[in-house]
Design a protein around this ligand. Structure first.
Ligand code: SAM
Length: 351
């Protein structure tokens, strides 16, 4: 497929020199001036022709130009650093106004209405003609991914249009954790939460020295495609909480983390969760399979349905708050056992 030829515009290096731009550490700015690498990232996103693309943090615009060359239908870029706005405006003019430049913070950007309504596809069908791309700033990449995973789970934002795909960069270590299989040394909460919602692929590694300025680490390009059916069909907050507690004690037996989901004086609830799930208590967090996590989350959910205050329990809350939480759980457990007794009246033998 022939690439779109843009009218002559400043190269990324020229943009940096022209506007005298020096990288800002607080915005995690590591720029890609090598157009071949920018094109390689965009190629790894596969089809973009006629797509609506959203790029996070375009900076001097290398990846932006590579996206435009792919003949997408429309490109929206969101950049926090105002110094890049004039050169992005030049690019937008060259792309005949098929590009919107938004000066803002991606963490607050709502993609719910960012694309035309007619792009919406049923969740179970082929992904919509929308793609999110970004050489993400390291300092926000994990919180941003977690936020988007919550959106995927709730099918809101960019995922109110269907199973919108993403191609994103992360520090190599984070990228490897995202795709880490069961029992791998680097399997963590992020691996399970990503893989329960998305098909994840580590496309390739970019050596740190390619960036300006070069970060101390290499960078991994990851693609994420939301699954038709999540592996754990429960609310994101609940799944995230169970994973967080179990992985917090990564190398200990999983029962250790499970216990922290409940007050210390209600150990029987932790035992109930483990028993209902059928999971081996001797397994550590990273040895548990997706099926094990599914069973654990469902067992925890069952307990939360019966005793709702359990979900709000936080073993690291201030002592006074924790005491109130424990009392509420005790009250709900008592009324639960009373209603159980009401359902199963005991027989008295008076004679
Ligand atoms: N895409 C460019 C490239 O590859 O050369 C720049 C990548 S640089 C790693 C990250 C970019 O994201 C910077 O341009 C930075 O200003 C921008 N950025 C940082 N935090 C942001 C935020 N919260 N929202 C939007 N953009 C942000």
């Amino acid at each position: 497929m022939s690439a779109l030829k843009l009218p002559p515009i400043a190269t990324v290096g020229e943009v940096m020199r022209l506007y005298r731009i020096r990288a800002k550490k607080n915005l995690s700015q590591n720029f890609l001036l090598d157009m071949n690498m920018c094109r390689k990232i965009v190629r790894s996103a596969s089809h973009l022709k006629n797509h609506f693309v959203c790029e996070v943090g375009p900076g001097p615009g290398g990846i932006t130009q590579a996206i435009i060359e792919k003949q997408c239908r429309h490109l929206t870029v969101i950049e926090k650093d105002a110094r890049f706005l004039p050169s992005l405006k030049v690019l937008s003019d060259a792309f005949e106004n098929q590009m919107s430049v938004i000066h803002g913070d991606i963490l607050n950007f709502n993609m719910e209405n960012a694309f035309p309504e007619e792009l919406k596809k049923p969740w179970k069908s082929y992904p919509p003609f929308i793609h999110i791309i970004g050489n993400l700033p390291f300092n926000i990449s994990t919180p941003l991914l977690i936020k988007w995973l919550a959106d995927i789970s709730e099918r809101r934002g960019a995922w109110s249009y269907g199973r919108t795909r993403l191609t994103l960069t992360f520090q190599k270590e984070v990228a490897e954790r995202i795709v880490a299989p069961i029992a791998a040394d680097n399997r963590c909460r992020l691996s399970v939460i990503c893989q329960h919602l998305c098909d994840v692929n580590l496309k390739f590694i970019i050596p740190g020295k390619v960036f300006v300025p070069p970060p101390k680490v290499d960078v991994g390009v990851v693609s994420l495609v939301p699954l038709v059916e999540p592996k754990i069909k429960l609310p994101f907050k609940l799944v995230e909480k169970v994973l967080r507690h179990i992985f917090h004690h990564r190398n200990k037996k999983c029962f250790y983390g499970i216990k922290t989901l409940f007050p210390e004086n209600q150990l029987e609830l932790a035992e109930e969760m483990l028993e209902k799930s059928g999971v081996k208590p001797s397994f550590t967090s990273y040895q548990l399979s997706m099926e094990d996590y599914n069973a654990l989350c469902h067992a925890y959910n069952e307990i939360c349905q019966r005793i709702p205050a359990v979900f709000d329990y936080d073993y690291r809350a201030m002592p006074s708050n924790r005491l109130a939480q424990i009392q509420k759980i005790a009250q709900q457990m008592e009324s639960d056992s009373l209603s159980e007794n009401a359902k199963w009246p005991s027989f008295r033998c008076d004679s």
